[in-house]
Design a protein around this ligand. Structure first.
Ligand code: GLV
Ligand code: MN
Ligand code: MN
Length: 353
């Protein structure tokens, strides 16, 4: 039971509560159910305004780049490649949870304030394709290292009984669409035998895509959006566009998956490896606290992958997800104890960089 002024895991009680309270403030933005802060929306702007206020309160020097990414620099800390960034994103998927992205931002503000060095970064529009971090790596100064704290979004840490985990690498992500054509017709007068129904054909495509991913170890593929033309209850569908999101842990499997599904990605981020020296640093922090060291790959995409691919040594600290590891859902959950431990490890790692 915590009381004001009592220290646990290196954080005074009021700061521990502050991290969780800030997640609630962010979650309260916009209409429910769940978090709805789509990239570059008024809701994402409002979240950035809150983070900016917390950065000012923490005595950080605020900066916004041309893509709208927000920075909070500790005063007097190094610049350019001497600088260490830590942070994540504040946008969410539709009806998202409380922790994805937001935890990495509030934890970063806490950690940078505490150690008085480094910069907090809040990247724009991560969920729809890392727009903010991708813009930054093509046209802006980059740091010497990047640390991203994030929830695991899966069950592996909970299964291993480990509060925290160290990411070894991030899966490659390929996105695009498949268009299926058919022939429009009257739903009441066209006999079944002469129909060319695009949606029925698209349904078979979805099953084929699922099967293709199942044949490649650790590959996944998802059809998350279906657009039907003309989209009327009494018209046989003439055309369907399926979104495809396909992922695999290495380039060879990414290429095989693309070939098996058969689509041209309009968006591709290659798999990335986290920097060995930063992973060692995190491992030393976990070992020093007597915590189990679990290393795992990330199936979810992250801004850390974009920075790593651009040559910035990057690392990720995962926090155990509860509720079976569910994420991109209002049921996303991590415990206050794990969160405070993660903030403590992040701050310690930042201090040693
Ligand atoms: C982001 O959460 C992604 O992996 O799609
Ligand atoms: Mn995220
Ligand atoms: Mn996400």
């Amino acid at each position: 039971m915590g009381l004001p002024g009592v220290w646990r895991y290196g954080l005074p009680y009021h700061r521990r509560v502050r991290v969780m309270e800030r997640l609630e403030w962010l979650y309260a933005i916009g209409e429910g159910p769940g978090a709805n802060r789509i990239g570059y929306s008024a809701e994402e702007d409002a979240a950035h305004d809150l983070a900016r206020m917390w950065m000012v309160e923490a005595g950080l020097e605020v900066e916004v780049d041309v893509a709208g990414n927000l920075f909070g620099h500790a005063h007097g800390s190094e610049t350019g490649t001497g600088r260490v960034w830590t942070g994540s994103h504040l946008d969410t998927v539709p009806e998202g949870g409380k922790f994805d992205g937001a935890l990495g931002v509030v934890a970063a503000i806490e950690a940078v304030e505490r150690v008085g060095r480094g910069s907090v970064v809040v990247f724009r529009d991560e969920e729809r394709g890392c727009a903010g971090s991708r813009a930054r790596v093509t046209s802006g100064e980059l740091p010497g290292a990047f640390l991203e704290l994030h929830i695991e979004q899966g069950p592996r840490l909970a299964d291993a009984g480990a509060p925290l985990g160290i990411v070894t690498g991030i899966a490659g992500v390929m996105r695009g669409s498949i268009v299926v054509a058919g022939r429009e017709g009257h739903a009441g007068t066209t006999p079944m035998g002469v129909r060319d129904d695009a949606l029925v054909k698209a349904a078979r495509e979805i099953l084929r895509i699922e099967e293709a991913a199942r044949t490649i170890e650790d590959a996944v593929a998802t059809v998350g959006q279906v657009e039907v033309e003309p989209g009327a209850v009494n018209v046989i569908p003439a055309g369907v566009t399926l979104s495809v999101d396909a992922r695999a842990p290495d380039v060879e499997r990414c290429d095989r998956l693309l070939a098996a599904i058969g689509f041209e990605p309009t968006y591709r981020i290659d798999p990335s490896k986290m920097a060995p020296e930063l992973r060692d640093l995190l491992r030393a922090e976990l070992e020093g606290r007597g915590l189990p060291v679990v290393e795992l790959t990330s199936g979810a995409g992250h801004d850390a992958g974009v920075l790593a691919t651009a040559g910035v040594p990057s690392a990720m600290l995962f926090v155990r997800s509860l509720n079976g590891g569910i994420s991109h859902s209002p049921d996303e959950l991590s415990s206050e104890e794990d969160v405070e431990l993660a903030v403590d490890v992040l701050a310690a790692a930042l201090a040693r960089l």
